[in-house]
Design a protein around this ligand. Sequence first.
Ligand code: IVH
Length: 702
Amino acid sequence: MVKKAQSPVGDLTLSEASAELAALAAEIARHDRAYHEQDAPLIPDAEYDELRQRNEAIEARFPELIRGDSPSRRVGSGPAEKFGKVRHAVPMLSLSNAFSEEDARDFVGRIRRFLDLPVDEEVAVTAEPKIDGLSMSLRYENRKLVQAATRGDGYEGENVTANIMTIHDAPKRLDGSAPQLIEIRGEIYMSHKDFAALNARQIAAGEKVFANPRNAAAGSLRQLDAAITAARPLRFFAYAWGEAPELPAKTQMGVIEAFASWGLPTNPLTRLCHSVEELLAQYRLIESERAELGYDIDGVVYKVNRLDWQQRLGFVSRSPRWGLAHKFSAEKAATVLEKIDIQVGRTGALTPVARLKPVTVGGVVVTNATLHNEDEIARKDIREGDTVIVQRAGDVIPQILGFVPEKRPRDAKPYRFPQQCPVCHSHAVREERTAGKVDAVRRCTGGLICAAQRVERLKHFASRNAFDIEGLGDRIIGEFYAGGLIAWPHDVFTLEERDKASPNRLKDREGWGEASVGKLFAAIDERRSIGLDRFIFALGIRHVGETTARALARAYGTADHFRGQMIAAGAIEGDAWGGLNAIDGIGGVVAEAVVQFFAEPHNREVVDELLKHVTVTALEARSTTSPVAGKTVVFTGALERMTREEAKAMAERLGAKVAGSVSKKTDLLVVGPGAGSKLKDAEKHGVEVIDEATWFERVGGL
Ligand code: IVH
């Protein structure tokens, strides 16, 4: 029982706090079930409230220990699953970040190169505050607000229409000049004044205090009861759009001005700048006004003004080439480094993590910071017990800049980086890179005998961009691994069957019930069929990220073929090895890593066992409707309407593969004036040849 022998929250150690939070989560869940499902409370309300208060007090002191199943998350901020899902017609992607003026200059330079603009051509760019809130998509049909959705994972968000209807800043109707259909994108935020008033009310009512306006806005928006959202003043700025068959202007600035004329709130600090210097001047101006704005901003957003250029620039993975978030520089604070912990990652990397005395840096409580690697600790001579300077920039993991010499304890000893894995005690080594250079990272050599590596691999396996099994997050994987339920990836797919036969059913465990177990099994079943690209990515092979996995999937087509070829490539010579190295985007390091992975019998076993339970489908072309989807295209000669880089990006967006040379596998050669040997090669292999104009005709307005 948790209630007995309570020590004051201030005296709890990290591990005591963690254990108590786990016990409280289970106990409160038990009472919730008794109360709500069985209508039979086990304890008086006052005692129940005490449990919840204790839970909140511990969480307030150790925010890093807040559990996914914490009672404070379950009530108050309503679980996400309760809202319906909305698939975004146009994905809600994010901006890449920059932290220096040089990055901002590079941004404009990159645009010039990509579009191949003459030096005297002006690149006009808008600059506006980056609001620190939550992005929102508002759909207007016949000028009426019909749906509001959060960003979610960018492709699917939550339907929060009822809540948004209570927000005055989100007009229910647009002015008569607005088009029939438009999705307005922007940011929901809370002003400093409203945030302070809300927290004062929360304290008076004995309710949860929010850490910052962004959290308060998120918590308020996620209320299942729209009346609660209505009582919490949220605001909105419109700055972009999603589905929009007719736009009111040909420029970013023009569209934003039209938004304002339709009655949408737009940010008054939005400016059109005609040079990098003007852009940076606007950045400095916005930064100088930051403290007086009355709401949180964390940088300045730049956007290319001409929409035809935005269209041509397109996206690189999840961010537009035409936009940039220039963040304000980081905020710093001093605190005590209590301990250096070593974490073991999926590939065995030992990463030192600084455990800090909690300190507020730029409005956020920081308790952990990265120390990168052993050389970094040695170079900065950071020691346990030191007072250190912590810096936090945007969403990145806080960093330690250095220590304060005057505050170093007399007995502080230089930190000795472990030479053994702290989890499995195998040797930890730094691999030799090229000629005498060793890797900065020390790695555990235990491979799959190391429990830490196995757990991390399992987490990766189930993660969003891999198998994406809902409900099988990092914490649950950790618990299942520790409880012996899941040791290998394929165990995920036999879980239900084994559970049925087990005397100790999952549904009877603390924190679980019939419904949540059923949901988990359904989520697992949904993933018994998976694309080859995700399958390869999920294996967690070193150096194989999503893009590489996609390239491999595209090259090999089926799981069996991929597996066979990778084993054959282990000879480090011959066709299979040559084929692997010939794939666009696969270099020597990656090829070696993949081959090494398959040379390891344990890994082959993992793949083989998995293949008994899942059906691997071919990779879906990114666009199946385009006439060039799945085709291999080569561009040559001087293209006139687009740069080579742009051509490649466009072809890939349409689902084609772009190769550098013509072979019998090439489907299409696009030629500009001055084409040479490639044209001859195409004739030799009977490859179709078209000019740039025909290319545009063929791909139409896509
Ligand atoms: S434009 C393709 N403009 O920052 C993305 N975003 O990483 C277009 N944000 O998720 C976004 N202020 O939530 C844009 N003035 C602004 C913004 C802004 C804040 C947020 C937004 C987005 C994130 C970008």
